[in-house]
Design a binder for this molecule. Structure first.
Ligand SMILES: [Zn+2]
Length: 311
């Protein structure tokens, strides 16, 4: 199966800007869809090539060899060996620059996102919100999505929505950064529709592949806590309290009484322990540890699916 035009353009864009589509690569895609991309400024035709790659293992010393017109033919001339001359066709001389923001606009439009995608940083755009209220980003290259500060930039564009980013395939250790930050990553290949003309992202793939990213992950043995993608430093007693509050979620009762908390932590009042735990959290996270009065009981303000209690 030949590569579809959208896939070809996205693959070429992975190398970064400027990405060039050569006429020879384009020739099998000629037609209405190709014309539309020219009209929409996704592809911009460049001046015909006047230089060509030197022949392999040539000793001419040139960076590029000139293209000359000889008797109505275009020829890439080798200065040292006529037998290495290459006769070029019209398609060889044509080239198109792939305009990244126009390409992303085409994808957003085809996928049903209104408006112009907002650039977040070079090579990364915020497309909009998915039907399940996640902020969807698209990165055209690996370098773009891995640039320093990218996670923070996506967070501020997403406000408090969970984040999903579509990007070229990454290595496992690169992916781990996003997983630790509770950001879902989909490969471009994995979610682009299969039809030849379509630039549409298959949103159902996003949903099905969307493993729920828990807001809170607790690692019992190593006593680590990752909340909203950030590793928290929680001292031992409050950590123990957090674990039993998490364990209570999903039980019939769902909460803990002061007596239950004090039974697990000798010598301190439940109120003090709860305060220590809240103090270990950022201001906007303190409401996760909730109190109900008369009679007093404490509970974690997360549903069972929103946190992950690991060994
Ligand atoms: Zn040569």
């Amino acid at each position: 199966m030949t590569e579809t035009l959208p896939r070809l353009l996205l693959r070429l864009s992975e190398a970064g800007d400027p990405a060039i589509l050569w006429g020879r690569q384009a020739s099998s895609h000629a037609g209405r869809d190709f014309e539309r991309l020219l009209d929409h400024g996704v592809l911009v035709e460049q001046a015909p090539a006047t230089e060509w790659d030197v022949c392999p293992a040539c000793d001419c010393g040139l960076d590029a060899r000139p293209v000359q017109q000889v008797k109505g033919q275009y020829i890439a001339v080798c200065p040292t060996d006529r037998r290495s001359d290459v006769v070029l066709g019209d398609d060889d001389l044509r080239s198109f620059r792939i305009h990244p923001s126009a390409l992303v606009r085409e994808i957003a439009m085809a996928s049903g996102f209104g408006g112009t995608p907002a650039p977040v940083a070079a090579g990364v755009w915020h497309l909009g919100e998915t039907s399940d209220q996640r902020a969807l980003f698209l990165a055209l290259s690996r370098d773009a999505v891995l640039q320093p500060g990218m996670i923070g930039l996506m967070r501020s564009a997403a406000r408090s929505s969970p984040i999903i980013v579509i990007a070229p395939a990454m290595a496992a250790d690169e992916l781990a950064r996003f997983v630790e930050a509770a950001i879902s990553v989909m490969s471009i290949d994995g979610c682009l529709g299969r039809n030849a003309t379509g630039f549409a992202i298959d949103l159902s793939k996003l949903e099905s592949a969307a493993t729920f990213e828990p807001r809170l992950v607790i690692f019992r043995q190593s006593q680590r806590v990752i909340l909203d993608g950030i590793e928290m430093h929680i001292p031992q007693q409050p950590f123990k309290l957090l674990v039993i509050l998490a364990e209570a979620v999903g039980t019939r009762k769902g909460h803990l009484t002061p007596q239950e908390i004090e039974a697990e932590n000798s010598g301190r009042s439940a109120g003090d322990l709860i305060r220590d735990l809240r103090n270990a959290l950022h201001d906007d996270q303190k409401t996760l540890i909730r109190t109900r009065q008369s009679p007093t009981r404490y509970f974690l303000g997360l549903a069972a699916g929103e946190f992950d209690l690991r060994p």
